[in-house]
Design a protein around this ligand. Structure first.
Ligand SMILES: C[S@@+](CC[C@H](N)C(=O)[O-])C[C@H]1O[C@@H](n2cnc3c(N)ncnc32)[C@H](O)[C@@H]1O
Length: 276
């Protein structure tokens, strides 16, 4: 049976308008499967009746549920490893020196999914920079558009498969407590991270702070060229001079701001905001 193009177009247009996520042709079955599952879980008899309801009366709750099922939340601890090596060996030592007066380092995990990325940063700070914790404030902001992902991130409870992905055993033992078949992240790791809902399309409007380090990995890939440019520009504007932006390993900036310098730190390419 083929996917009803009217339903596919309706939902994909809706999701792109709100979140920027652009579902290309070829993703019909993925979209249909995820929406059908949602429709059935909400008590609708099929996707068609769910579509009629959404078309006629789209509530904010329903919209969130649709966004939740149509976002890809794939993530894991210390994803790609090399960026975390660069943060540990180059970026944080440099920022600590540069922020000697302010004694504050602000980090933003933009599109943090279920929390593995900001918690990896927090564990890295606790493990390798603990001597600065009494004198410096390390603030990690972590945001996402998916309410479900954020809920899980805030709980900080992961199953065995999740903690087996990317997390060194020494970190598991040191920073998690086992609860039945799950693992709960330690309060001292949690204390470094502040989770908040943020739609990246609204960065300009909603984000009034500046950051020394921004990680925005594996989310711009879902956006059209135009949206990617808009979001990248907004992210770049929130970056402090002398700060760093890190994208996913396979991602490149949609344009090159004049004050951007591309640097290779170890095996990772990062985007540095020039100071003059
Ligand atoms: C594949 S995950 C990447 C997570 C993490 N950055 C990493 O690299 O492991 C992509 C995340 O982007 C989020 N996302 C998609 N569109 C977004 C938007 N417009 N604003 C904020 N987050 C968004 C999704 O909810 C999802 O959690």
């Amino acid at each position: 049976m083929s996917v009803n193009p009217e339903i596919f177009n309706f939902f994909t247009k809706l999701v792109e308008k709100i979140s920027g996520i652009s579902y290309q042709a070829g993703k019909e079955y993925l979209v249909e499967n995820r929406l059908t599952e949602l429709a059935l879980s909400l008590g609708y008899k099929d996707l068609e009746s769910f579509y009629q309801k959404v078309k006629n009366n789209l509530t904010p709750t329903l919209l969130n549920q649709i966004i939740d099922v149509l976002t890809t939340n794939e993530t894991y601890f210390f994803r790609d490893q090399h960026p975390f090596e660069a943060i540990k060996n180059h970026i944080l030592p440099e920022l600590i020196q540069k922020r000697e007066k302010e004694k504050q380092i602000k980090i933003w995990s933009a599109a943090c999914s279920t929390g593995q990325e900001p918690y990896s940063l927090a564990m890295l700070i606790l493990e390798y920079f603990s001597k600065y914790l009494s004198t410096y404030r390390f603030l990690i902001y972590a945001t996402d558009i998916s309410q479900n992902a954020l809920k899980k991130a805030k709980e900080g409870i992961y199953n065995q498969i999740e903690v087996n992905r990317g997390l060194p055993v020494t970190f598991l033992v040191k920073y998690f407590k086992q609860e039945g078949s799950s693992w709960r992240i330690d309060e001292k790791v949690k204390a470094l991270v502040k989770f908040e809902y943020l739609n990246l399309l609204e960065t300009d409007k909603k984000v009034k702070e500046n950051f020394d380090l921004i990680l925005c990995r594996y989310v711009l890939i879902y956006f059209s060229k135009e949206t990617k440019t808009q979001v990248f520009r907004a992210l770049w504007n929130t970056l402090n001079k002398g700060g760093y932006l890190i994208l996913g390993a396979t991602e490149i900036p949609p344009f090159n701001p004049p004050d951007m310098e591309k640097k290779l730190l170890g095996k990772t390419i990062v985007f540095f905001k020039k100071e003059t």
